[in-house]
Design a protein around this ligand. Structure first.
Ligand code: G3P
Length: 223
């Protein structure tokens, strides 16, 4: 994963149903091309294959299930997201929490399949436990700040700094990101000053009146 990175998670907002996801993915592509910043887009699950094939932007799934392909109605496997064109997946988002054994299954299988994993964590102790599994990256996101517009890099800098320290004590291969409430370039700049290599965000871009303007500002925090 090229860092610094901005990951845009489109969740299940009305602004990111198929046409919205397509518009937002194209905006991510334009801003990535204009700024040179690595931007990854995580479209709604039902749109993943279409977006990954229609827009030249790295795509991630928002979630995968800890299953091998088989009789699992309504589940999503790593094989399915790979064939859909995803480069990786979010894991254990606080809106889609998982057991550590399932996170371990996904992280290890994803490595075998050359898929990247960004495991979301909610505090320093969970971050330390997940670091031992050596995902591609960990995104620390205090759930109470998600969707709040209050940036974690300003509201809880200590969680971000302690998470970076905790991860690097266990593995210097794991990239540390942070998320929740990130919406401005200054939030991204602060996150990087705290030792992370990028951010994970959603509403600041997906629900913005002018998503491109917001994304250009976010990218300015890296440049
Ligand atoms: O996946 C990132 C997300 O949980 C953060 O949400 O809306 O605060 O950027 P938001």
């Amino acid at each position: 994963m090229k860092t610094p990175v901005i990951i845009v998670n489109s969740k299940a907002y009305k602004e990111s149903t198929l046409s919205g996801d397509l518009k937002l993915a194209n905006i991510c592509k334009e801003v990535a091309e204009e700024t040179g910043v690595n931007i990854i887009y995580a479209p709604q699950q039902v749109n993943l294959a279409y977006i990954a094939k229609s827009v030249n932007i790295p795509c991630f799934a928002q979630h995968v299930d800890a299953i091998n392909p088989g009789s699992y109605t309504g589940h999503v496997s790593l094989l399915s997201i790979k064939e859909a064109g995803a480069l990786g997946t979010l894991v254990n988002h606080s809106e889609k929490p998982m057991l550590i054994k399932d996170i371990d299954f996904i992280v290890s299988k994803a490595k075998e399949m050359d898929l990247e994993t960004v495991v979301c964590t909610n505090n320093v102790s969970v971050t330390s436990s997940v670091a031992a599994l050596e995902p591609t990256a960990i995104a620390v996101e205090p759930p109470e700040l998600i969707g709040s517009g209050i940036p974690v890099s300003k509201a809880k800098p200590e969680i971000v700094e302690k998470s970076v320290e905790a991860v690097k004590k266990i593995s210097d291969k794991v990239i540390v990101l942070c998320g929740a409430g990130i919406s401005k370039g200054e939030d991204v700049k602060k996150a990087i000053e705290l030792g992370t290599e990028g951010v994970l965000l959603a509403s600041g871009v997906v629900k913005a009146k002018n998503p491109k303007e917001v994304l250009l500002d976010l990218a300015s925090g890296i440049l």
